[in-house]
Design a protein around this ligand. Structure first.
Ligand SMILES: Cc1cc2nc3c(=O)[nH]c(=O)nc-3n(C[C@H](O)[C@H](O)[C@H](O)COP(=O)(O)OP(=O)(O)OC[C@H]3O[C@@H](n4cnc5c(N)ncnc54)[C@H](O)[C@@H]3O)c2cc1C
Length: 411
């Protein structure tokens, strides 16, 4: 039997296991996944928890429910990866697994301890985050009784998972405080290391305008150096200071420690790979999918889905000894919840930045691109059903894996 070993049974690892289980002969291949945590989290749902729209139960399911028949799921932290000898060591029982092909899908996690002052006595009191389940649930409790004041949302550094999530948080906060009847008592500010609201110029302009209309102030190019939890202020490297009553931080995102220990990562523990094939530049039997990869597109579940669509047939070429095709174009798309039952949609790739227009979807669409609509809000809310029922199971969706210019206004 040949062995396909997948590290991480999150979004990307589960999708690739399901897809490959269908494509590879069960008599020839043993598929094994390793993960340290029994629970699968629908992370896009974390955004809605602070505002009471979802609860914890709405975003969790057992990982085992999504593992394909015949595949093995081993629950253990991964201790180290040794690509020179095609081996992975697990923390539990000091067990060693060998492989013919390896997929690394260990994702990205937040690291508040990397910013001085963030993870001190005010953590989870006046300083919060919503990128983990515990953080989102604690923030929900805090917001239920918060009397208002200065709410400061700060991205410590990029790249972060789902780069639009902080903007969605800001716009949902604006809606939430209106609903609570306290909006006039809340000052909402967004401090970002980027030159504007978002990474790409056209989207940054559109999204920046929407934030302004909602009375949300943007402080660009703010590189936080430390947090002063007693004085309740964040201080940048160039000594700008911003005061807050409630700080919602998006802490530094990093790849898993095992990547650093195994000598595979960059300074943030993300793994450099070929951006079109996901193949490791040095190891011809090692692929990296999902947030763990250092590629110049968004760290998003949608990217992982398009990546699996593009790479599965390429993977078959690889195991047949054929040259891989440079198929993946960096395609990413994301609904952006903007509050008051509306949302936007962005769709882009390595070459084409998010543009306005219409996103055609046979039988359902079109969805409006970079413009608010109720239809986009329903798209966002439907995404959770699609995630559990189609995406994770590695089903084909009626969405092209490669980005299309159809409907986009090219200006
Ligand atoms: C607040 C928020 C909102 C988001 N919104 C969207 C959205 O609207 N649209 C979208 O497309 N994406 C969104 N995302 C991003 C999306 O959730 C991630 O990009 C996606 O889950 C990445 O999948 P992954 O498989 O790479 O990582 P994960 O799904 O995080 O899986 C990684 C897995 O590896 C395991 N693992 C890691 N290290 C080890 C180890 N040493 N030993 C054992 N197991 C290990 C972990 O336990 C985990 O199960 C959002 C994320 C957040 C946090």
């Amino acid at each position: 039997m040949k062995k396909l070993l997948i590290l991480g049974a999150g979004t990307a690892g589960t999708m690739v296991a399901n897809r490959m289980a269908r494509l590879l002969g069960p008599d020839e291949w043993q598929i094994t996944l390793v993960d340290q945590n029994e629970t699968h989290y629908y992370q896009p749902g974390f955004l809605f928890i602070p505002f009471g729209i979802y609860s914890k139960n709405d975003v969790i399911k057992p990982k085992r429910d999504f593992i394909p028949n015949g595949a093995e799921l081993i629950m253990s932290p991964i201790e180290s990866i040794d690509p020179e000898h095609n081996q992975v060591t697990l923390a539990k029982g000091n067990r060693t697994l060998s492989y013919d092909f390896l997929v690394i899908a260990t994702g990205s996690q937040v690291h508040p301890e990397q910013t001085p002052g963030l993870l001190e006595h005010e953590w989870r009191n006046s300083i919060h985050e919503f990128y983990t389940i515990d953080g989102a649930v604690t923030l929900a409790k805090h917001l239920r009784t918060w009397q208002g004041g200065r709410m400061l949302v700060n991205v410590v550094e990029n790249p972060i998972k789902c780069p639009v999530a902080p903007l969605e948080f800001l716009m949902l906060a604006d809606w939430f405080f209106h609903e609570q009847g306290v909006r006039e008592r809340v000052d909402i500010t967004f401090a970002t290391p980027l030159p504007g609201a978002f990474t790409k110029p056209v989207a940054s302009r559109y999204l920046g305008d929407i934030l302004e209309q909602k009375g949300i102030k943007v402080v660009p190019e703010f590189m936080v150096e430390h947090v002063d939890p007693d004085a309740k202020k964040i201080v940048s490297y160039d000594e700008q200071e911003l005061e807050y009553d409630l700080l919602v931080s998006i802490p530094l995102n990093m790849g898993d420690e095992v990547i650093a220990k195994s000598g595979l990562g960059d300074e943030l523990n993300f793994i450099p790979v070929d951006k079109n094939t996901f193949l490791h530049p040095k190891y011809a039997n090692v692929f990296v999918l999902g947030d763990a990869a250092n590629i110049p597109t968004s760290k998003a579940g949608s990217v992982a889905h398009f990546a699996v669509d593009c790479s599965s047939h390429n993977f078959l070429r690889c195991i047949d000894g054929l040259e891989m095709l440079p198929t993946f174009d960096g395609h990413a798309n994301c609904f952006i919840e903007s509050g008051f039952g509306k949302g936007l949609l962005i769709d882009f790739n390595y070459e084409v930045e998010p543009l306005p227009g219409r996103y055609p979807l046979p039988g359902v669409g079109p969805f409006s691109l970079l413009q608010e609509s109720e239809f986009n809000h329903w798209g966002k809310m439907m995404f959770r059903w699609m995630y559990w029922n189609l995406l994770l199971k590695g089903q084909e969706l009626p969405l092209p894996a490669l980005m299309s210019m159809a409907g986009k206004w090219n200006k």
